[in-house]
Design a binder for this molecule. Sequence first.
Ligand SMILES: Cc1cc2nc3c(=O)[nH]c(=O)nc-3n(C[C@H](O)[C@H](O)[C@H](O)COP(=O)(O)OP(=O)(O)OC[C@H]3O[C@@H](n4cnc5c(N)ncnc54)[C@H](O)[C@@H]3O)c2cc1C
Length: 416
Amino acid sequence: MSHTDKRIVVIGAGIVGIATAALLSEQGHAVTVIDCSGIAEETSKGNAAALAFSDIMPLASPKILLKAPRWLLDPLGPLSIRPSYLPRLAPWLWQFWKASQPGRLRTSIAAQTALMRLAETEMMALVERAGIGAMVRHDGSLELYESETEFNATAHGWKQRELAGIGFEHVRGGRLAELQPGLSPRFVAGTFVPGWKTVSEPQHFARALWTHAERHGAVFHKAEVRTLERSETGPAVRLTDGTAHEADRIVVCAGAWSTRLINPLTRLRIPLDTERGYNTTLPPGAFDLKRQLIFGNHGFVVTPLETGLRVGGAVELGGLDLPPNYARSKSMLAKAAEFLPGLKTSDGVEWMGFRPSMPDSLPVIGALPEDPSVLLAFGNGHLGLTQSAAMGRLITDLVGGRTPAIDIAACRPDRF
Ligand SMILES: Cc1cc2nc3c(=O)[nH]c(=O)nc-3n(C[C@H](O)[C@H](O)[C@H](O)COP(=O)(O)OP(=O)(O)OC[C@H]3O[C@@H](n4cnc5c(N)ncnc54)[C@H](O)[C@@H]3O)c2cc1C
């Protein structure tokens, strides 16, 4: 360590904490990552594997507000709210509504576009340095529509992507069948996004990145952080076994649990909540899937993985403590069997994960106002895998005292 390198504790070994630890340790900092569950054992374990760099449209939009009432009527549909959680969710929903208003939406799209550009550059460079290029598939994605009305309703989103320089191709007939043979004839059109990528398996990918961080000296400590503290020399984390770890900087990458850790320290009430998502992973050979398929109107995707085929998505607003409702995984699997005739649906493994979600779909990046040595890096919602290396880059810039690679004003912790 040189005199400018720092002792850094990263809380959380999800993909955001791992990528952050990788970039910090590459810069020569002494990094300890603390997690109570393990390396990518929570949300980053079972996601849909997409490096969705073209996904610049925030969830909060007039389009979702129009669709939401119909979706909410279906208890196993793409969007649901656990009734007992509604009172606690009200502030998040209010902010979601505000974020969907035209001015705020424009700001969010601009910020998300810049973040995604950085995400692609940083992720592909990190993958290269880690020597794990073979874990990234470059097959693109195919979004599917069941009617002209559904296709036409996506026009605004595609226009925004065109303005952002994102390549895509609307497809029909033979081209559609070529991109994915064996689809149900109910799909009349699709959009192919060639730049979309997927990883071979999210947990394998996260662990491979962790191995890279370890090669640069990062250390893992399995423990639960109870509180953040301030000692005479700097910040510290107090673990549930009573021991303390002092550091020059603490980076909070605890996903959907992050505000539980920081709320006792700050006047900010960051509206982080969780969009719970569900899926089923089928064994290899369940279907000859050519690339990730997106059923936007049904809120789920199907992804080819090296370990099989993953069917899932959905948003359930129900907080961190209520038990899972795996009827959701089953419902999406039943729909997938209709959409992909011949899909073998047996022997699947069901899973639920907690997306760390902000109402405006932008993450939180920056220092805690009360203590600049505590940095926050969480809230990537549906896009944490995609944006993880960008989060790492921005935190590394802040730790090094450099101007961040992109303007992060829209991601400030105190923006609400
Ligand atoms: C169904 C589904 C599909 C998805 N698909 C995609 C996709 O295709 N592409 C994409 O980019 N994103 C996708 N996402 C989102 C993505 O998975 C998340 O944004 C990402 O995993 C969040 O990573 P994270 O590191 O912030 O959080 P996590 O992976 O949840 O990690 C947080 C870690 O903090 C630890 N922790 C919390 N509190 C403490 C404490 N007090 N002490 C110690 N440790 C603590 C936890 O144990 C956990 O390991 C999907 C999510 C779901 C649910």
